[in-house]
Design a protein around this ligand. Structure first.
Ligand SMILES: Nc1ncnc2c1ncn2[C@@H]1O[C@H](COP(=O)(O)OP(=O)(O)OP(=O)(O)O)[C@@H](O)[C@H]1O
Length: 897
């Protein structure tokens, strides 16, 4: 698409996030806005409509359709399984509104996204704000469905802003201009997260933000809110209030308290790591099945499900809190009967947080109140059950659990057990709740009884056997007599209506009763509504207490879920401490072990901050390197959310962050190449990792040519290994067997490989077993065989390989001579064979230099042009990104010559 206006960018982001197709109804605008692209889009729409499958397997981006036939287009698209969004701002698609069903057709405008969001159950409903103020960035988030409002602030740093926003992933965000104009932040939010971005009003100032907040909370100062010192945080919270005012969402007053939180409590997981570890969705299809959440989620309430997701995204850094959770899970495991009992009770609990949102928002109906009651009535039972437990977290949850019996009682006495959804037709309030209402109802009922008797009485009086009493909305009650009996009609009957075969009459007495009945009914319905709203408001006033109990239930649900999974999947309780070791005996990958048909092969892991801080793992493709490394990261993460882990034994030295760089795929959304994505991720790690971090690097450098790739991988290892730089515990899988030589020169490096078995019957068999030492072959051809490549190709490949290997040895000798002549060491292309004598000699040349880690040398080759250049640039400050730029420049220069 060509240049898009900010509004169009927002529309596109909304569509990407929620819908398959975006329809515009003013063709002229659409064409004007998109020019040639509009024609392409319209053609795609046509193809989608005429193809047999859903869009021929393709998403249609957006299209303009004539307003008068909007209904037809929408109906056709929906029938084909598309979810359609309609842009309201361009034209009121009133014709289309009749078709709006929240799951498949939605009317959207950037300003009304919030309304639509609240409809979705499993979507993130956060509206966020990030504001740069006095060198700090304030963040505020409000959960539209529950009213939870949270504030924090950090010092200004581009990466931190991205991390924080990606942690929460708001659906819509307000940014101050400096942040919005930052291309990395903006592109990340819009393209990668599909967030709708709004601008904070220029010259929005602190006093304004403060005032908006104290107005909202009806107080004189923010003292006691916990955020009084966080000026940037207040700016962000004020920005949210301002936005809600501007977009007339002020009625979202169920924001009734504000909570500050510190990002120090939680481990920040960057977006790449969350994706790479498939924490809550798989990379392949974005589904939750196949993710860690998919394995751990046995929650039985919606609130528990949401909390577990939050926990997975926010592993803890506080040892005490981790221990408390582990104790609670442990206790549940040892009280199986109570555990099952609790889960059974929780199954009856509705989504109290959502109900509460509706109650305070004023959109809850009587059924919602009934649902709240039927959830709250279980609280005493749960509290009783918790008395069996002694662990500190469960005790604390027990004491926090407010029984809310006043609220249950209020709803119980006021609202009927199975109320209708409508509020205007009565039938909501129980008998005995209000005297006036009872009297009105009695009056109406008496009148009805009188009418029921009337038919019988009038038949006797007139002798007309077929006389009937009826009611219609126009004339009210009437007496109906067939034409054949008209001569028997008495004089006091007043004719009201003539039908084909009968006539309808009224009498003054009937009319009097009628007005009594209707009057009483009308009044009672109105009174019922009034009473209902009163009850709802009364419940709304107790939102804080209800919210607190809801939170307790959610946490109990999560802890019970973790216990249930631990039992079923045979997990062990990890020891978490502040040492720098990670020891895992017979660890398994929690997701892969569930997906596999065959038994999963467990593996041990040992890392410490000292002599075994860096594992270089070599092994053939498909042997299990990635699985192994992710398994270590997941076990650490699980331990730090307070879960048991898939291992026989695990001792985890607390990790401040987990970084991953895995897999290689082009990021189609940003148009970045595989290599660029890879380097960005590596740069992020280099800039943020500390000695307490855990780093997982898979095939760094693979995305570019061998020389560049190997050089970068090597430099990255040196840098991370160096304790003055980072010194983090790291797992590094690579195809560059050359790198295994580093074990001899870098104190903390240990080589591992994935065991391969060769036997005559099956050929090469991967045992998925991690063993010490370096792999000696890459078995590329064997993998090709396993993948089913024809024998003929495999045979020929082997011939070529043998040939190349001989050539390579020869060329090495040659190059060695050249090196000697030019005093320049050239690294040979990666060879599948064991390292040659020449290489070993070469290494001896490198060796002394490498022993001085403080000197971050690429290859310690003084004369190498790369080194020269790096030295010119002050070698200590070179990041891999700089390195790749320099290498690229050199290559260009060389080509130029
Ligand atoms: N410990 C294990 N036990 C059983 N099967 C395993 C184990 N580890 C891996 N596998 C199986 O092997 C497959 C390949 O594993 P993985 O992707 O980790 O290999 P890899 O060495 O990283 O491959 P590549 O280098 O091509 O990325 C997995 O999909 C899984 O089916």
């Amino acid at each position: 698409m060509g240049e898009m206006t900010p509004m169009m960018q927002q529309y596109t982001a909304i569509k990407r996030k929620y819908m398959d197709c975006l329809l515009f109804f003013r063709m002229g605008d659409f064409y004007e806005m998109f020019g040639k692209d509009a024609e392409i889009a319209s053609r795609e729409l046509e193809i989608a409509l005429t193809s047999r499958n859903k869009g021929g397997g393709k998403k249609i981006p957006m299209a303009g359709v004539p307003c008068h036939s909007a209904d037809t287009y929408i109906a056709q698209l929906v029938k084909k399984g598309y979810r359609v969004a309609i842009c309201e701002q361009l034209e009121d698609p009133s014709e289309a509104k009749g078709l709006v069903r929240r799951d498949v057709v939605r009317v959207i405008t950037p300003g009304t996204v919030l309304d639509n969001m609240t409809l979705e159950d499993d979507k993130n409903n956060y509206l966020g704000a990030a504001v740069l103020y006095q060198e700090r960035v304030g963040f505020a988030y409000v959960d539209i469905s529950t009213g939870e409002f949270a504030v924090t602030e950090l010092e200004w740093e581009e990466g931190k802003v991205i991390d924080e926003l990606s942690r929460v992933q708001p659906a819509e965000v307000i940014l101050s201009s400096e942040l919005k104009n930052n291309p990395r932040i903006y592109t990340f939010l819009v393209d990668q997260l599909g967030v709708v971005v709004n601008s904070l009003k220029e010259n929005f100032h602190f006093k304004q933000a403060y005032q908006l907040l104290i107005d909202h909370f009806r107080t004189n100062s923010l003292h006691g809110f916990g955020c009084e010192k966080q000026k940037a945080g207040i700016m962000a919270a004020g920005a949210i209030m301002e936005f809600l005012n501007e977009t007339q969402k002020r009625n979202l007053t169920h924001i009734n308290y504000l909570k500050t939180y510190s990002t120090q409590e939680y481990m920040v997981l960057d977006a790449a790591t969350r994706r790479n570890l498939e924490l809550t969705a798989t990379i392949r299809d974005g589904k939750r099945r196949g993710s860690l959440l998919g394995v751990l989620d046995r929650t039985v309430t919606a609130m528990g499900g949401r909390k577990l997701k939050q926990w997975i995204h926010q592993p803890l850094l506080d040892l005490k809190m981790i221990e408390e959770r582990l104790d609670a899970v442990d206790e549940f495991i040892n009280h199986l009967y109570e555990l099952e009992n609790l889960r059974e009770i929780l199954k009856n609990v509705y989504d109290i947080e959502r109900l509460l949102g509706k109650i305070v928002y004023g959109s809850a109906n009587a059924r919602d109140l009934a649902a709240l009651k039927s959830s709250l009535i279980h609280l005493p039972q749960i509290k009783e059950l918790l008395k069996n437990f002694t662990s500190s977290r469960l005790k604390s949850l027990e004491s926090q659990l407010d029984l809310l019996s006043d609220i249950t009682e209020l709803i119980e006495t006021a609202i009927v057990d199975d109320p209708p959804t409508g509020l205007k037709d009565g039938g909501l309030i129980k008998k005995g709740f209000n005297e006036e209402l009872d009297q009105l109802r009695e009056a109406a009922a008496n009148g009805k009884d009188w009418i029921a008797l009337l038919e019988h009485k009038e038949r006797e009086r007139t002798g007309i056997k077929s006389l009937k009493v009826g009611f219609n909305k126009v004339f009210g009650y009437y007496l109906e007599v067939t034409k054949a009996n008209l001569d028997m009609v008495p004089d006091d009957y007043i004719r009201k209506q003539t039908l084909a075969n009968s006539e309808r009459f009224i009498t003054p007495e009937l009319k009097e009763k009628e007005s009594q009945i209707l009057g009483a009914e009308e009044k009672s319905v109105a009174l019922e509504y009034e009473l209902f709203v009163e009850v709802r408001n009364q419940v709304a006033k107790e939102v804080k207490r209800i919210q607190q109990s809801a939170d307790v239930l959610a946490e109990l649900d999560v802890l019970a879920s973790l216990a249930k999974v631990a039992i079923e999947n045979n997990y062990c309780r990890p020891t978490v401490d502040l040492e720098d070791e990670i020891l895992i005996i017979k660890g398994r990958h929690p997701v892969v072990e569930e997906m596999l048909d065959e038994p999963f092969v467990p593996n041990d892991t040992y890392l410490n901050g000292d002599t075994a801080r860096f594992s270089i793992i070599t092994g053939p493709n498909m042997s299990g390197k990635s699985t192994y490394m992710r398994q270590v990261a997941l076990i650490v993460l699980m331990a730090q959310i307070g879960s048991f882990v898939p291992a026989e034994k695990a001792k985890i030295g607390l990790v401040d962050r987990i970084f991953t760089r895995v897999g290689a795929s082009d990021d189609l959304t940003t148009g970045q190449s595989t290599f660029m994505v890879e380097m960005n991720e590596v740069a992020n790690i280099i800039h943020h990792a500390t000695r307490k971090s855990l780093i997982i690097l898979d095939e760094v450098g693979r995305g570019t040519s061998t020389y560049d790739g190997l050089s970068i991988a090597w430099a990255v290892i040196e840098y991370i290994h160096n304790r003055e730089r980072i010194g983090a515990r790291t797992l590094f899988a690579t195809h560059y067997h050359e790198l295994t030589v580093l074990e001899d020169y870098l104190e903390g490096v240990r080589n591992y490989n994935v065991a391969v078995e060769e036997n005559d019957e099956e050929g090469v068999v991967f045992r998925h077993e991690i063993v010490p030492g370096a792999a000696d072959q890459s078995y590329g051809i064997e993998v090709a065989r396993l993948a089913g490549l024809p024998q003929e190709i495999l045979k020929r490949a082997k011939e070529i390989l043998n040939h190349l290997e001989t050539e390579n040895d020869h060329s090495l000798v040659e190059s060695k001579k050249e090196v000697a002549a030019s005093k320049e060491v050239v690294l040979e292309e990666h060879s599948d064979k064991a390292i040659t004598e020449e290489r070993k000699e070469e290494r001896n040349v490198i060796k002394p230099e490498l022993r001085q880690p403080e000197q971050i040398s690429l290859f310690a080759m003084e004369e190498h042009p790369v080194i020269k250049k790096l030295k010119d640039l002050d070698i200590m400050n070179v990041t891999p990104l700089d390195a790749i730029n320099i290498l690229y420049q050199l290559k260009k220069e060389a080509e130029g010559k």
